[in-house]
Design a protein. Structure first.
Length: 235
C-alpha cells in the first residue's frame, strides 16, 4: 500500500521554467472593451479587444486562464506582429470554433498549430477550456489566429513570447542566431508515491531530457529512491 505527499517546491519550479527574456502577457492592465493595438512594446495587435470577467466576458462559457482579463478575436482573425522577430509564441485558448495559429516570417507561413475542438465550458464538446497552442520557429514576424472568420469565437489569455537570442562568443561562433526555447509546463503538483510510514525523501532534483531535434519533451526522475513520480496537471 502506498501513501502520497506533494513536493510543492518542485511544482513551483516547473511552473517557472522559462527562457531568459521571455515576455508574458496577461492583459490585466488593460480596460474592459479596450482595443489592443500597440500598448505592449514590440507587439502590434489587430482585431483584438479586451474582455473582463463580470463585465463583457461570459466567464462561465469562456473562463480566463488567470486573472480577470482575456483577449478576443474582434471582427475577424486576430493578428500579432512582432518587431523584432521572435522564436516562439504560446497562449491559452477557449474557443467555440476550430482554431488555427499560423506563424509567418514575412509573407511566408513557417509553422502552425491548430485544434478542432469546441472547448467552451458550457456549450462545448466536453474538452477542457484554456487549451495551450504553441508555435516555434527560428524567426516569426507575425502570428494570425483564426477561429470563426467573422470573429468573436475565442478568448486568448496568458500569452508567452520567446525572443530570438543573438549568440555571443561562446559556442555559436560566427555571430549566427540561436533559438531560445522554452519548456511550457504547468502541473499543479509533483506527486511522489511512497510506502506508508516511510520517511519523506530528501529534497529532489528534476532531470529534463529532449526527445528529438525539433520537439522538446521531458521526463521526471527522482534524485533519491521513491516508489513513483508523476506530474499532476492543473485542474
Amino acid at each position: 500500500m502506498t501513501g502520497r505527499f506533494a513536493s510543492f517546491f518542485i511544482a513551483a519550479l516547473l511552473g517557472a521554467i522559462t527562457a531568459y527574456g521571455q515576455t508574458s502577457l496577461d492583459f490585466e492592465a488593460l480596460a474592459d472593451g479596450a482595443a489592443v493595438t500597440s500598448q505592449i512594446a514590440g507587439l502590434t495587435f489587430s482585431n483584438a479587444a479586451v474582455l473582463t470577467s463580470g463585465f463583457s466576458l461570459d466567464e462561465l462559457e469562456f473562463p480566463t486562464h488567470s486573472g480577470k482579463n482575456a483577449v478576443t478575436d474582434a471582427a475577424g482573425p486576430l493578428t500579432i506582429t512582432f518587431s523584432p522577430a521572435v522564436a516562439g509564441f504560446s497562449a491559452y485558448f477557449t474557443h467555440s470554433k476550430a482554431i488555427t495559429v499560423n506563424a509567418f516570417n514575412g509573407a511566408a507561413s513557417v509553422t502552425s498549430a491548430s485544434s478542432a475542438k469546441n472547448n467552451a465550458a458550457v456549450s462545448g464538446d466536453g474538452s477542457k477550456p484554456n487549451e495551450q497552442l504553441t508555435v516555434i520557429n527560428a524567426s516569426i514576424t507575425k502570428v494570425v489566429i483564426t477561429g470563426d472568420p467573422a470573429g468573436n469565437s475565442f478568448v486568448m489569455d496568458d500569452a508567452l513570447v520567446t525572443p530570438v537570442a543573438a549568440s555571443g562568443g561562446g559556442g555559436g561562433g560566427g555571430g549566427e542566431k540561436q533559438i531560445l526555447y522554452t519548456l511550457y509546463s504547468q502541473p499543479a503538483a509533483l506527486v511522489f508515491d511512497q510506502l506508508i510510514g516511510s520517511p519523506n525523501p530528501a529534497t529532489q532534483k528534476l532531470f529534463l531530457t529532449t526527445k528529438t531535434a525539433n520537439k522538446v519533451s521531458y521526463g521526471v526522475k527522482a534524485s533519491t529512491a521513491v516508489q513513483d513520480v508523476n506530474p499532476e496537471p492543473e485542474c
